[in-house]
Design a protein around this ligand. Structure first.
Ligand code: UD1
Length: 339
């Protein structure tokens, strides 16, 4: 079976490619390198002993995509390729809609015209907004996300539901909570460009001295220690969920399948708990200061991931500390590369 992985050199994509190769799938990666680097491809080969076919192009280039589908027999797609910076999406909404949705539609057109099924979409818990009750399961009502980035995820889900219904296709919508950590070999991990927006890359860069202090965005939330709570899921656990979701889709007998899964650990951790876990796991200090809340942030979000466990036989079982230990190893690897 050959799987097209778009954004396959990115953070979650590269870990998933590795898991797919471990599970005997052939992989074709399309990645325009806008938020990834070529050495990741070599590192995937170091880990797996296999080199995926790689095409460096932008998925908005419809003619190149058609050529790719002409050249290869493809049995499914995992679509990671997307812009993902929440703040940037507020100032460049058109870029987000164009990039995230045109590329999705271009692939779906190929699937439609060539009679291919099995499509996995990277969605986000952002589609729930601030849910009224915790934990968040798949029946929790959706709220229109504040950011244009979040809206592209919600719209992507709607496009895929219509696609599955109208053309009798199998799709899986995976709603990620907060992915963290790096590959245990320290050869794959997150590569933030410039100043990181997300918590764990910022914590990591602070511990290594690249940033002076972590800014904790608010300690007046109605949570135990006043800082906001999220469900941090280890990226390799998350990657394994993709393989499980793909295998389930492929085994389904019906033509039309719309699977939806929350992918999280089921446990919430506050910002301060993440900082402490990082310090304990790595025996380093993370200086921080408390600042005003960040606009658009929610108070609390953690998953009920029982559906994924029951239907996919999958569970995120790596601890927060273990995940944060791999992050630190990855940071040391990155620093050794630049010396
Ligand atoms: C955000 C998006 C989510 C997206 C994810 C990945 C929303 C509501 N959430 O998640 O959809 O998939 O990014 O890009 O838009 N924090 C600090 N200091 C920092 C950085 C973060 O205190 O320097 C805090 C935040 O206030 C938050 C927590 O850490 O409480 C996690 O933040 P972050 O890693 O950015 O993820 P989310 O905002 O949960």
């Amino acid at each position: 079976m050959t799987i097209l992985v778009t954004g396959g050199l990115g953070y979650i994509g590269s870990h998933t490619v590795t898991e797919l190769l471990h599970n005997g799938f052939e992989v074709i990666i399309v990645d325009d390198l806008s938020n990834s680097e070529r050495f990741i491809l070599e590192n995937i080969e170091k880990i797996t002993g296999k080199k995926p076919i790689f095409y460096p192009f932008d998925l908005k280039r419809k003619e190149l995509l058609t050529q790719l589908f002409d050249a290869h027999q493809i049995d499914g797609c995992i679509n990671f390729a997307a812009f993902k910076a929440v703040g940037e999406s507020q100032v460049k909404p058109l870029d987000y809609y164009e990039n995230n949705l045109f590329s999705l539609i271009n692939i779906l057109q190929e699937f439609k015209s060539r009679n291919i099924s099995n499509f996995i979409f990277s969605s986000s818990c952002t589609v729930y907004g601030q849910a009224d009750e915790m934990p968040i399961d798949e029946h929790t009502p959706l709220k229109t996300p504040e950011s244009s980035y979040g809206k592209t995820k919600q719209m992507g889900e709607e496009i895929l539901k219509d696609f599955a219904q109208a053309y009798r296709k199998k799709v899986s919508l995976l709603r990620y909570f907060n992915p963290i950590g790096a590959h245990p070999t320290a050869l794959l991990g997150e590569l933030p460009i410039g100043i990181p927006n997300n918590l764990v890359p910022y914590v990591t860069q602070t511990a290594s001295g690249i940033r002076e202090k972590l800014n904790i965005w608010g300690n007046d939330y109605p949570t135990e220690d006043g800082t906001a709570v999220r469900d941090y899921i280890y990226v390799v656990d998350l990657a394994r969920a993709h393989v499980a979701a793909l295998k389930k889709l492929m085994a389904e007998q019906q033509d039309t399948v719309i699977d939806i899964y929350n992918l999280g650990t089921g446990k919430g951790s506050s910002v301060l708990e993440v900082v402490e876990a990082f310090e304990t796991a790595n025996d380093v200090k993370v200086p921080y200061q408390i600042c005003e809340r960040r606009a658009g942030d929610i108070t609390i979000a953690y998953a009920n991931a029982d559906k994924a466990e029951k239907e996919l036989g999958w569970k995120a079982d790596t601890s927060l500390e273990e995940a944060l230990r791999t992050t630190w190893e990855w940071q040391k690897y990155l620093e050794s590369r630049t010396q």
